[in-house]
Design a protein around this ligand. Sequence first.
Ligand SMILES: Cc1cc2nc3c(=O)[nH]c(=O)nc-3n(C[C@H](O)[C@H](O)[C@H](O)COP(=O)(O)OP(=O)(O)OC[C@H]3O[C@@H](n4cnc5c(N)ncnc54)[C@H](O)[C@@H]3O)c2cc1C
Length: 486
Amino acid sequence: MAKYDYDIGIIGGGAAGLTVAAGAAQFGAKTILIEKSGRLGGDCLHYGCVPSKTLIRTASVWAHTRRSSEFGLPGLSLPPVHLGKVMDRVRSVIDTIQRHDSPDRFCTLGAAVRFGKPTFTDDHEVDVEGNRISAKSWIIATGSGPALPPVEGLAGIPYWTNETVFSQRELPGRLIVLGGGPVGLEIAQAFQRLGSQVTIVEFLGQILGPEDPDIADILRTRLIAEGIEIHTNTAAIKVESAGGVIRLLAGPSQGEGSRQVIEGDAILVATGRNPNVEDLGLYAAGVNYSSKGISTNERMKTNISHIYACGDVNGVLPFTHVAGYEAGIAVSNAVLHLPFKADYRKAGWCTYTDPEVASIGLNEKRAQKEGTEYRVIEETFRTNDRALAEGETQGIIKILVDPKGRILGAQIIGPRAGELIHEWILSMTAGVKLSTIAGMVHLYPNLSEISKKVAGDLFATKIFSEKTRSMLRLLLNLKGRACEIS
Ligand SMILES: Cc1cc2nc3c(=O)[nH]c(=O)nc-3n(C[C@H](O)[C@H](O)[C@H](O)COP(=O)(O)OP(=O)(O)OC[C@H]3O[C@@H](n4cnc5c(N)ncnc54)[C@H](O)[C@@H]3O)c2cc1C
């Protein structure tokens, strides 16, 4: 008789858990996936990437419609937005994708799916509502939930989080957004564009804290131009709700300064994420964890060598593509016993505001923090023909190179930055040189020509230097400048 019921047990049916389940089952491991919520897909599908990107697209259509006269079209006076109809579209996109994440599909792939709440009884066994299930290896992929800031009165008012915002039906006249990170900014811009007056309250000195200040400033300028009010260096202190009006008391996050009251009709809390580590019985399994998540090594192993943790729950990088990447590492190790390790230098991210902000590798902040010597080369979208044609010229590309000219990182803020960054992800993953990018024939007219241009900048100063010109004059008998208009 087999020692365990399953080869692989997975807890959590989101981006990470589903990737592990599909991989493990297709490799022939007897696999069970346990999900507590009653449906598969996790945060990304139900409360994250999918609804937010769908909402952003709708808001972008509306924002472009409002800009019609900039494109030589008649100016339009637009009616108010019916948020319920907008959210119906969000719902329909989720439903379409949900079909792909159906339990039947995973069953067809060879994995059992069990809905219920598992608790470890020891390091090989969980209890799911009275039923004991054992597995040789376990993969914990329970994701994260919204972190609530310590604001007096918050628990007593009807605040929104990413788990409730996409089921709202009434557009608030005024929306307060706590948090100027990716989640807060994406939703803030979408609601502003749909017709709310949005105020963002951010504790740090800049929005998008991990990004370089010049990049964050470009976005801040754009959001303010669209009418959003932004308070950085500001702490939310106390909040109350009376007669449908929310009153937030805010003050300086550091030092002395005056306090102010910000009023809104709704408030969204987007102040970070908490890994879902509670109620799993991790003590019984002997798995170490903290409020930052379940720590793992590069092979996704916890301190218990047959228990792995991947996705948001390990607290490393809270993105769906990272969850998928880590899940692949976990499958390689747990199923195939191949000692693959995660290399987070390959993992970029994007904030899907307009303009988008995409990043891979080192930016100036991170390079300075780790003491890496770097040099910056930069180009703007203002001189990109396609950006001009599309009326989307705000933004820059910023490449960090080491003293030998090797690529350390790429930051792009601009139209479709989330697509453009892939040329740089490939370059950094495959060790492509800047000279290769500079020599590539990019199709005209495209936004991606900005990548060729910025790569070429490093060589242009050397190639067209006075030293090279003097040498060529001498060697090839060139006659030099001929600046004359007749
Ligand atoms: C508003 C928003 C927008 C986002 N947009 C993007 C984006 O554009 N791009 C991007 O890359 N990332 C985005 N993210 C992040 C992305 O959603 C997460 O990184 C991703 O969902 C993490 O996947 P996961 O598998 O770790 O967790 P999840 O997808 O959340 O899955 C965890 C699953 O575990 C289940 N679970 C939890 N506890 C238990 C338990 N005790 N027992 C059993 N099951 C349990 C949950 O119900 C859930 O189904 C966004 C996040 C938010 C909040």
